[in-house]
Write a protein that binds this ligand. Structure first.
Ligand code: ASP
Length: 335
């Protein structure tokens, strides 16, 4: 009898503690050259609506006491399904006029991680990255191997590569290739790529158990060649989580890899005692630009603090916390 009473008491205490815990979700839809004049009101409204839908999808899971892992998966699937972001439907074209998709996911308190690179037929790459984490002994699978792994799962939906096409992205490829040709003909150095051909989606969540998870998904860079893979599927570069901190990046992947951006931010919090904001600002506003790169991150810590620094003109972003604060933002001068 006494044992049962003790059990019920501890259950009640766990539930009460879980209810008091600050849940939070932060998402991004890519950083880059995002100027007010160049974005129509209709496009901006549609982008904000997609961000809101992703926040709703992830937050519904957190509000029910669900896991951060489920929340980031749900939020990223919404953004992959939207043609307005460079992930899943609407992914950029590579130099061959095809799509090669990269994604990764990580759970902080266990440090389990899964990633896939250069997949061509997986409708929601983040779901496959999660399968790698949960149902394989590996962390990263690429190209044909990742496609073969996907064959083993009925719930991993497959599509023709052309399903990811959008007119907008094709125009961007044509512009990039015309510029590249003009440069080659003129013999001038390659164009500065800063912020031009990017976009990626990501989510970081803190659940009522105090666990953090991160997910990132991308089509990479427009006109990419030779099987190029950026930071998004690389654990420690575009995605990282530990027990206290989670980061998802977006930007010029080569620099994010070289600076181990996501891991560096969490390491500064862990070893140096920086606040999340200090650590994220230092890496995004100093370390990456000093190397010559650009982009931004979303970051979250175990207390529910959020940081969203970026050094480009804009970054699509959104956040929702248990205390009711919620918002979406696009440009630099927004909160
Ligand atoms: N980081 C991605 C990549 O380099 C692109 C992006 O975030 O926009 O593949």
């Amino acid at each position: 009898m006494r044992l049962i009473a003790l059990f019920l008491l501890s259950l009640a205490m766990t539930t009460a503690t879980a209810q008091d815990k600050p849940t939070a979700l932060v998402i991004h839809g890519g950083a880059g050259v995002i100027e007010r004049d160049a974005l129509s009101d209709a496009d901006e409204a549609a982008i904000r609506a997609d961000l809101d839908q992703a926040l709703d999808a992830g937050n519904a899971i957190l509000a029910k006491g669900g896991s951060a892992l489920d929340a980031v998966t749900a939020a990223v699937v919404v953004l992959e399904e939207s043609p307005r972001f460079n992930a899943g439907k609407g992914a950029v074209f590579n130099a061959q006029g095809r799509h090669e998709l990269d994604a990764s996911i990580m759970e902080g308190h266990t440090r389990r991680a899964g990633a896939i690179a250069s997949v061509r037929t997986v409708r929601n790459p983040i779901r496959l990255a999660r399968k790698v984490m949960e149902q394989s002994p590996h962390v990263m699978l690429i190209e044909d191997g990742a496609e073969a792994f996907a064959d083993g799962f009925k719930d991993i939906e497959r599509v023709e590569n052309g399903w990811f096409d959008t007119d907008n992205r094709r125009e961007q490829l044509e512009q990039a290739q015309a510029r590249e040709k003009a440069e080659a003909d003129a013999g001038t150095p390659a164009e500065d790529l800063r912020g031009k051909y990017f976009g990626t989606v990501g989510a970081v969540a803190l659940d009522a158990q105090g666990h953090i998870a991160v997910a990132t998904s991308t089509g990479g860079m427009t006109n990419k060649k030779w099987g190029r893979v950026g930071d998004s599927p690389i654990i420690g570069a575009g995605t990282y989580a530990d027990a206290n901190c989670g980061v998802s990046g977006t930007g010029w992947g080569e620099y994010f890899i070289r600076a181990s951006v996501a891991h560096d931010i969490c390491a500064r919090v862990a070893y140096k005692g920086d606040t999340l904001q200090q650590a994220a600002d230092e890496v995004v506003m100093k370390v990456v630009p000093e190397l010559g790169g650009d982009g931004g991150v979303i970051a979250l810590d175990k207390d529910g603090n959020i940081a969203m620094p970026f050094n480009t003109s804009g970054m699509y972003r959104g956040w929702v916390k248990k205390d009711g604060s919620r918002g979406t933002a696009v440009f630099r001068d927004e909160q």
